[in-house]
Design a protein around this ligand. Structure first.
Ligand SMILES: *Cc1c(COP(=O)(O)O)cnc(C)c1O
Length: 424
């Protein structure tokens, strides 16, 4: 990529939007409106992605099939419900860099995290720790601690937290590797976010996986803020498992079904314990309704229940948009949008706030986390009322993301203008 030079003036974003090959995708989404009926400046795709306009028709189709066919919809719907989740499989695999048999769309993120830990956190007297990032998303912290307790262990001695150095906000890659090197023999599971939800830092997932597995640790990744945001190569990196949700960058809609990756090397790990449900049973014999569980190969063997078709329908609408735009093109635009936002913020009042997200493009995704010294919450509420939507995370962080599918360079320009006006 040739380096783009950013400019401060208003003609720059107009020109960039004019030659953006992805600009037309914005029209495929509903952009929330301000009270005055204008498009709001939506910078919150890291929290809840916007609705693709096609989602309604995909859901309607499933509703109509249900109305007209009742139970027969399982086999005779336009897209039969029985294999419906497979419609999402290849696109999902492409998105996270996996083989089709390594992924499944099911449940929600925290549920999948628990299911994976049931199978992959197998503490022994010598190797019992879980390594997490300090200040991980609360649900991950609760899940991990409750798994430790479930095994009769004590989080005080079995939970190992990676913290940034004194006075720093992000964790240094070399600190992660040296901790793994030091403690690796006592670590059963390394469970890290691909992109930290608070700082927006991207971890070196390939390096961490390699370092952890060299020490005999299992490596799991939480990709809530990574899926649909940055390119992933889960199969090649060799992570043991990964989980993610689909309502953030993936635009699947509130509470939509999550995703799960299990590396091929575990596709037939029948000796590992797992919490089983009928949907994970070999589909050829599932309806013989036998008493014994015979799991399917691969990630599908961890399914519990028949999936919510209406939610999957919405996700299909979104995943098709993703495939069409292509993650590589999206990432290229994302790097520019975020770089441009950082550039503009750097021109403005930099004494009043700081950006805690790493500056290097390979160490961040779309999100910038802006630390505000005081009254940040009030400022954030005021901006939201005016139609500038980001989100506030206690105690001091304003998180914003320009999402390449539907945000424009002019959004970024307007965002920085309003934001700096509100600050001064
Ligand atoms: C968004 C997010 C969650 C949310 O979990 P759900 O089970 O989908 O409610 C969990 N972990 C991380 C890291 C997140 O970013």
């Amino acid at each position: 990529m040739t380096r783009t030079t950013f400019h401060v003036g208003e003609s720059f974003p107009v020109a960039m939007d004019g030659r953006d090959p992805l600009a037309h995708f914005r029209e495929r989404f509903y952009i929330p409106k301000t009270k005055q009926g204008e498009d709001s400046i939506y910078m919150c795709g890291h929290s809840l992605g916007l609705q693709p306009k096609t989602a309604g028709s995909y859901i309607d189709q499933a509703l109509q099939d249900w109305a007209q066919l009742g139970v027969e919809g399982h086999f005779h719907a336009k897209n039969p419900w029985m294999p419906y989740h497979r419609l999402l499989r290849q696109q999902t695999a492409d998105l996270v860099g996996a083989q089709a048999s390594e992924v499944v769309v099911m449940n929600s993120l925290t549920v999948n995290l628990h299911l994976m830990m049931v199978s992959f956190y197998r503490p022994t007297a010598q190797r019992h720790k879980i390594l997490v990032e300090c200040g991980a998303f609360p649900s991950d912290q609760y899940a991990v601690k409750s798994q430790i307790l479930f095994h009769g262990l004590d989080p005080a001695s079995s939970l190992l937290e990676l913290a940034p150095r004194e006075g720093e906000s992000c964790i240094r890659d070399e600190d992660i590797e040296s901790l793994i090197d030091r403690e690796g023999n006592s670590i059963a599971l390394i469970m890290l976010g691909g992109v930290n939800y608070a700082t927006g830092q991207v971890f070196d997932m390939a390096g961490i996986t390699r370092a952890g597995q060299c020490k005999g640790c299992v490596v799991g990744l939480d990709l809530a803020h990574a899926a649909g945001n940055i390119p992933l190569r889960l199969h090649d990196w060799g992570a043991d498992f990964a989980v993610w949700c689909s309502y953030k960058y993936l635009n699947g809609g509130p509470g939509c079904v999550g995703g799960c990756f299990v590396h091929e090397r575990h596709a037939r790990s029948w000796e590992r314990p797992r919490f089983a449900g009928w949907w994970g049973h070999n589909e050829k014999t599932r309806f013989q309704m036998g008493p014994d569980f015979h799991p399917m190969d691969g990630a599908e063997g961890w399914q519990l229940s028949n999936p919510p078709i209406l939610a999957l329908a919405a996700l299909r609408a979104s995943m098709e948009t993703f495939s069409e735009a292509g993650l590589e093109r999206l990432r290229a635009k994302s790097v520019l949008l975020t770089g441009y936002m950082e550039f503009l913020l750097g021109q403005e009042l930099s004494a009043k706030f700081s950006i805690i997200t790493p500056r290097e493009q390979e160490r961040r995704g779309a999100q910038l986390s802006i630390r505000l010294p005081r009254d940040g919450r009030k400022l954030c509420d005021r901006l939201t009322a005016e139609g500038l939507i980001g989100d506030w995370r206690e105690p001091d962080t304003f998180r914003v993301a320009a999402v390449p599918l539907y945000n424009s360079y002019q959004d970024v320009y307007r965002f920085v203008r309003y934001f700096s006006a509100a600050l001064s």
